[in-house]
Ligand binder design. Structure first.
Ligand code: 6PG
Length: 256
């Protein structure tokens, strides 16, 4: 990749998770305001997992709640487990409970992946949703911000180790299976080209349990088949890693 297309990567290391989430919320709001000023809407992709929950709670409460441009915000998901919204494992259900029910985001702006049908059907259906939102015959919109987590096994969204994910493909979604922390294994995920067309990616990573994996993803040279998070490299976008001290403890090149 040449100078003009190299991914701009920042690693922000925080002493406390409170600071991490506060900074992530501020950065998100700033990008939302900029997107709306430029394009009249803010397209945000949410992640599942426990690490994103405190960010949702922060967005749902003051001071962010009152000043965030909810009316022009559209939410999507990077992945979903094949469960109903009422299931505690539903990524949509988690965001609904901790964020969406608390903020004035129009119902029509919630673009969820349907968990209560087969993953193959949900993937097809979500591809249609993305195509419609993109307009102009494109397969997906260029998202303003994508939130992602990192699994201790190196996965992100539902891109699991050992799977071949096409780096270039017109396919926006995939039905996959992947096992992690005894969570549901039948899932739908957006594909690397969709993530890599985004303007900004935020990875949120906390805890010692992920320290070694984080070092491998950021500083190692292993294949993305082993560490799928290494596939996330938007050539015209920025990646910001919001990391706490415990997760950063094995990093050598990136320091506070
Ligand atoms: C999911 C996710 C997934 C998650 C990681 C980290 O639906 O499971 O989107 O990629 O972000 O597994 O999960 P934790 O934050 O719970 O460690």
């Amino acid at each position: 990749m040449d100078e003009t297309t190299r991914t701009d990567t920042k690693v922000l290391i925080f002493d406390t998770t409170a600071e991490l989430y506060s900074e992530a919320a501020t950065a998100l709001q700033q990008l939302a305001d900029e997107a709306i000023a430029a394009r009249d809407r803010f397209l945000l992709v949410l992640s599942g997992g426990e690490t994103s929950l405190p960010l949702y709670q922060r967005l749902a409460n003051e001071p962010v709640h009152a000043s965030f441009p909810w009316q022009q915000t559209h939410v999507f998901w990077g992945d979903e487990r094949a469960v109903s919204p009422e299931d505690p494992m539903s990524n949509y259900g988690m965001a609904r409970t901790h964020l969406l029910e608390a903020v004035p985001l129009p119902e029509a702006n919630v673009h969820r992946i349907i968990g209560e049908v087969t993953a193959a059907t949900a993937a097809r259906e979500y591809s249609r949703v993305l195509q419609k939102m993109a307009g102009g015959g494109r397969a997906w919109p260029r998202f303003d911000v994508v939130l992602l987590g990192l699994g201790a096994d190196g996965h992100t969204a539902s891109l699991f180790p050992g799977s071949m994910h096409p780096a270039r493909s017109g396919q926006a979604t995939l039905a996959v299976t992947g096992s992690y922390d005894q969570r549901p294994t039948s899932r739908v995920t957006l594909t690397p080209p969709v993530f890599n067309s985004a303007r900004s990616i935020f990875f949120l990573v906390t805890g010692e349990r992920k320290a070694e994996t984080l070092a491998n993803v950021l500083e190692g040279d292993s294949s993305p088949v082993r560490y799928p998070a290494r596939r996330i490299k938007p050539p015209r976008g920025t990646v910001t890693w919001f990391v706490d001290g415990a997760a950063a403890s094995r990093l050598q090149q990136y320091q506070k």
